[in-house]
Design a protein around this ligand. Structure first.
Ligand SMILES: Cc1ncc(COP(=O)(O)O)c(C=O)c1O
Length: 421
């Protein structure tokens, strides 16, 4: 007797093969075909699960494991929301932005705050939650440098920013660009990580001077995948002078493997000098849509909003993000698949005798015992896109983003050939 799934499969007009064929050529599909494809994916009628849609948007045959993207794509609910919102893009949707900020506030169980609404500007009223949404968290990091990394109230703007090395470095890069463009005297101190490549909070604390304006903690850290505990962060926050802003970048927080891990969102609600940023680009699989957010003190959020783009995130993106937040089951699903790919990779690294940093994120740093950048170039020649760094401490490392299991299998085959020679 056939199972329910098999019956559905034979009845379904879209066969598995034709569906895969359609998705393989998605880059060349017209908008209407893409919409019907999204309709098929989200209708729950098709026999192919979302995690089988490997290759979305990527060059066929290339394992795109260089940019820490989510290879499984967004939640089917987010795709459905995109599909539904697309017909209304001729309208200004003043409410979408606020709805997303409200959804984030509720998702994080933040306390709502009283917001004074300017008469006539009700449509732009803040959500009532201390949340600030913008077009990607990278943009918010830049804004934080502008607002809090640099002191503008002198004829000679100054600032001192502390960030771990190796670390994401987005804030440091923004500060150095502003220095070049605007002649600010902002300096950047990259504090070496511990020998386990974790943030060295003691050393970061010792690096503080009277000039320090902003400290960055990326947790989990990129590119090392290490985490700090809530208690470690809280002790640090307590000790740092309150005139220094602390940015805690939680872009990869959903991938942490520890049970009951506590995020720093609570600290952002207790300390006026703590901002937590997050993104929909990683776990939620929507890097191309560009949605990120910050949570913190209400006054800090409205300062950021003042310098922001007001309606900087399109309505489609807002509705997709709201739908993604509602789909906890999909987040668990992506985490399971990511961990399965990661465990497969760990096992193979051990077989190859390569050491790695156990990762709480969607990527793994591997000590490849040779120049990482050279190896990355060789892997690229064989259609494996990874990331390596010039910095001395990690010059023998390569960062592998976690892809689908078949991408990881392809990569392990190529890597083994390179390592074994
Ligand atoms: C640690 C970290 N923060 C922030 C970002 C920026 O993400 P987005 O601008 O896509 O939200 C990235 C992107 O890779 C990242 O790795």
């Amino acid at each position: 007797m056939k199972s329910e799934k098999e019956v559905a499969r034979t009845k379904d007009p879209v066969s598995r093969r034709s569906f895969i064929a359609a998705t393989a050529g998605i880059g060349s599909l017209s908008l209407s075909s893409k919409l019907s494809l999204a309709e098929i994916i989200t209708s729950n009628k098709n026999p192919v699960s979302v995690d089988q849609l490997h290759g979305w948007g990527e060059v066929p045959g290339v394992a795109g494991i260089g940019y820490n993207e989510n290879p499984f794509g967004p939640s089917p609910r987010a795709l459905r929301a995109i599909n539904e919102a697309v017909m209304d893009v001729n309208r200004y949707d003043f409410g979408a932005f606020t709805k997303l900020e409200k959804a984030i506030g509720e998702h994080l169980s933040l306390a709502s705050v009283k917001v004074d609404v300017v008469p006539g500007r009700e449509a732009f009223a803040a959500s009532g939650y201390p949340v600030y949404v913008e077009g990607g968290s990278g943009f918010i990091l830049n804004q934080i440098v502008m607002n809090y990394g640099i002191k503008w109230n002198t004829s000679n703007p100054t600032g001192e920013i502390i960030e771990v090395d190796p670390g994401y470095g987005g804030v440091s890069r923004a500060a150095l660009s502003f220095r070049e463009l605007m002649g600010t005297e902002v300096t950047v101190k990259r504090v070496p990580a511990t020998s386990a490549l974790k943030h060295d909070l003691d050393a970061m604390f010792k690096a503080i001077t009277s000039k320090t304006t902003l400290i960055v903690i990326t947790n989990p850290n990129n590119p090392t995948g290490t985490i700090l505990s809530y208690d470690e962060i809280k002790r640090f926050v307590n000790a740092v002078p309150k005139n220094i802003m602390i940015l805690i970048d939680e872009a990869y927080i959903h991938f942490v493997r520890e049970e009951n891990y506590q995020t720093a969102v609570k600290l952002s609600q207790e300390y006026k000098n703590v901002i937590v940023t997050r993104t929909f680009s990683k776990m939620y699989g929507m890097a191309g849509l560009r949605v990120g957010y910050a949570v913190g003190d209400p006054s800090i959020m409205s300062e950021l909003r003042t310098l922001g783009n007001s309606l900087g995130v399109g309505s489609i993106n807002c509705y997709a993000a709201i739908a993604a937040l509602e789909d906890d089951a999909y987040v668990r699903h992506v985490k399971r698949l990511t961990n399965a790919s990661k465990d497969y990779f760990y096992q193979n690294l051990e077989n190859l005798g390569l050491s790695y940093i156990p990762s709480h994120s969607s990527f793994v740093m591997v000590n490849v015992n040779q120049n990482g950048q050279k190896l990355a170039r060789k892997l690229l020649e064989k259609n494996i896109k990874v990331r390596a760094y010039g910095s001395e401490v990690i010059q023998n490392y390569v960062r592998f983003s976690i892809g689908t299991l078949d991408e990881m299998q392809a990569m392990v085959g190529v890597l083994s050939d390179e390592i074994k020679g």
